[in-house]
Structures are given as C-alpha cells and as structure tokens.
Design a protein around this ligand. Sequence first.
Ligand SMILES: Cc1cc2nc3c(=O)[nH]c(=O)nc-3n(C[C@H](O)[C@H](O)[C@H](O)COP(=O)(O)O)c2cc1C
Ligand SMILES: [Mn+2]
Length: 475
Amino acid sequence: MTKDLRSFLAEVVSTGAGEVKHVSKQVDPRFGVTAYGAWYDKRGDYPALLFSDVAGSELRCLTNLVATHERMALALGVEVETLVRSSVAGQGRAAHPPVEFKGAAPVQEVVWRGADADLTRLPIPTHNELDGGPFLTAAVGVTRDPESGAVNAGIYRHHIYGPRRLGVWFFGSHDGGTIHRRYAERGEPTPIALVIGHHPAFLMGAVSRVPGIGGEYDAAGAYLGESVETVPTVTSGIPVPAHAEIVIEGHILPDELEEEGPFAEWPGHYVGGGRKPVIEVDAITMRHDAIFQDIQASGREHRLMGALPRIASIHEAVQQKVPGLRAVNIPLHARMHCYLSIRKNSDTDPTRAAFAALNTEPENLRAIVIVDDDIDVYDEREVAWAIGTRFDASHDLQIIPRWNGPGGLLPTNWSYDEAGGRTPQRSSAVIVDATKPAPPVVFPARARVPEEAMQAVDVDAIETITSVTDLPGWA
Ligand SMILES: Cc1cc2nc3c(=O)[nH]c(=O)nc-3n(C[C@H](O)[C@H](O)[C@H](O)COP(=O)(O)O)c2cc1C
Ligand SMILES: [Mn+2]
C-alpha cells in the first residue's frame, strides 16, 4: 500500500495509544481549531486532532499530526531515541527517485475549476489572535526552475486574501523565491502547485535543505522508503504526488505585491509581514473525501517540523567539511540556536563546522555553539557546562556582523521606534567555540567515576531507609 496521509493516520490509530482525537462538535475556523491544540498544549499533550465539522466547509481538518517525536519516529521507521538523541535519522537511506503514477490519480478525483476553485470552501484556520487572516501552514509549494527544469518543493506560508487569491512568502535564500524571481524577470507568471495532506515523511523531504534547486522529491522518497508517485497538475503540468489529499493549482503574478500578515511565526513574536508576492488560483483538485491538513502555527508542531529536517540537513552539510562531526541539535525551545559536537582534529574545525551550519540554514540560525564529543548536545546542562569551562570570550567568540536579514522572522532583524514602527535591518550571528584545544595540547581531565566501578554497582545491595531505627548503628 502506498504511504500517504491516510495510511499514516491508520498506523497512528492502530498503535492503540489514543493519539488521534476526533472533535465532532462544530468549530469556527477562526481560532476554533487552534484553540483545541492550545488546550492540549497547556497540558503538555500533543495528540493529532481531526475536526469533522468546521463551519463553512464540507471537508475535514486535521491538525497537530506532526507535533511529537513519537509520531515522527513512527513515520520515519526509527526508534524515538534515534530521532530524539541522534541527528542521523536521515542518513544511509536508499534512494527512491520519483516515478510517474499510472491511471486516475486519487488527488484528482474531484476537480474544481474557474469560480468553483474557491479557497473559502476549504477549512483553513485562522491561528492566533493578531493574525491577519486564515493561513495555509502545511502546504508544500511545488515549482519548476525555468532554467534547469528541476522540480523544487518547500513549505511556505500563504495568507488567504479571497476566494481565488492568496499570498506567498519566500524567505531570502530559499529556492522557491529564486525560481519566482527567474520567471518574474522574464515578465512571466510562476506556475505553482500547493500540495496539502501527505505522509509526514513526505513533509520531512519537502522541508529538507537540499543543496541546489530541486531534489526534495528524492529526499522525500528516501524518507518514505518508496518513490513519490507523481501526476501532472491539470492546468500547468507540474508533477504533484498522486496520493496527496488536496492540490491548489495557481500562478504567482510576476509584477504584483500585496501587504501580507501579520502572522504568528515560530520565534513567537509578530514580526515580518510587508508586501509579498500574490498567487491566483486556477484549479483545486482533491480526493472525494479529502482531509485538509493544518500545522499549528507558532506551536510545538511548527517548531518540530522546522527543526527535525534541518538537523538532518545540517548534519549532512557539516560532515562534508568536518568529518569529526558527532551530533547536531537545534533545540525546540530556541530554534535559532544550533549545537554541534565534534571530535576535533584541528583548531580550525569549529569555525568551519559553524559556517557549514550557518550556510545550510542562513535565515534562521544566529548562534552556533561547538562542543567536544564528550558533551551531549541534547542536554542543555552539558552544553552550558562546556561554555562555562572551555569557552573564553576573548579567544573563542566570533561575531559575524550583518549575517541575518534584513527583516524576516527574527525580532533582532528589525529596529523599532516609539510610534510602533519598524525598519528592517541586518543582524549578526555568533559562534561560540566551547571546545578544548586540539591535540596534542593537553587539557585538564574531566572528573568522573571510572566505568569499571560503575559496572560493579550492585542494585540489590541498595536498601531504602523508611524508619530511623533501620539506619545502621542507630540506637
Ligand atoms: C511549518 C513550516 C512553515 C514554513 N514557512 C515558510 C515560509 O513561509 N517561507 C519560507 O520561505 N520557508 C518556510 N519554511 C521553510 C521552508 O519550507 C524550508 O526551508 C525549505 O527547505 C525551503 O525550500 P526551498 O529552498 O527549496 O524553497 C517553513 C517550514 C515549515 C516546517
Ligand atoms: Mn529546494
């Protein structure tokens, strides 16, 4: 059976852990869907939430599906421990290049064209209080590079302006924006297909930082363990997954911008927005009983789906420059930070590793901390201890001025004034080298109890004292 959103949902249900909740009561797409997610979030719980009655739409809405390490581990076929503590979940996977689907594609069972292709018929949530409107948060935007013909994919946010009009925001270095600029320079519209609802492994591939333009369907195939089966869209012929739930087909206007946002993003502040490119919808295709997928904006789901694919991509990119790389972490609570542990060969390794990481993820990272391989990058206490003991600010701190921005999602990429105005600016990145000097220099040894002694610990010899009279030698 082909892996898709439904096969995964069925798999999650069959684990018996009760991780899929159904809300049958009618909810308002305006904050109604996200309120349930936020209610669970307050309790530290992140079940997938399926809404069968979103006011104004016939379609079901699914959110929070990709919010936990447990479900992402299930989706990628790895142990939770592997996914949580290791950054190599994407490595060593067999290639499965995309193939063309033969026959009638499920995603084109229903075709809405012209005035029928109305976005307001979809259960698109408005997520957070100050958001400028409903946003697509889990749509994979697929475009084709006019120069190489390569098919490129990424998740981009889309502000809904009207029945057939929506925005798109491509951050600085992202390929989607490069492709749009290439079409726009020729004065041509950019055909784009927005793919909604697929297996989480497909999303992992789509958000991977693949070097060069395109290659995301290959990355998705590697994560899925099977080829993505594609079908051409009905209007522009862009290949889209035949087993997706919904595809919005459209074109980005070459010469029009519209005020976009505000929208609460993963750093948790309302920054960004401004005038952004506009998409006009040409058609909407879907399955008969399509499920619309949403990602809880600025919530845990948003941060996890931002961090996991990037950890894997950074691991690959840094390893090419510094083979001594051991592990990568982008902490969920501060996704602009990146911790790298390396087995150091040379004192230049930390800087090279840091630049490889920064160049893989130039928009979002602003602090790289490099530690030795005895430090666990998934343990904040160890990282802080390494900074406290192996980092000297006057020798080991490097500031890269004007690295980020101008503008974008990081609050530091803007300057603010008393009237509530703001101006985009560039901000700096920092490299914190918390490693010991490279060999042969001898650095003080680390305190620890010998491993043999640890092995000799006899748990049966441990007695819990519940009464003072049981204390040895107590009168
Ligand atoms: C939930 C989510 C939302 C995202 N929103 C955007 C966005 O609005 N704009 C953007 O450029 N990238 C966004 N990203 C990141 C891109 O999808 C990602 O960096 C991708 O690798 C870009 O691909 P590209 O370089 O081929 O365009 C988002 C990622 C996630 C997980
Ligand atoms: Mn790309």
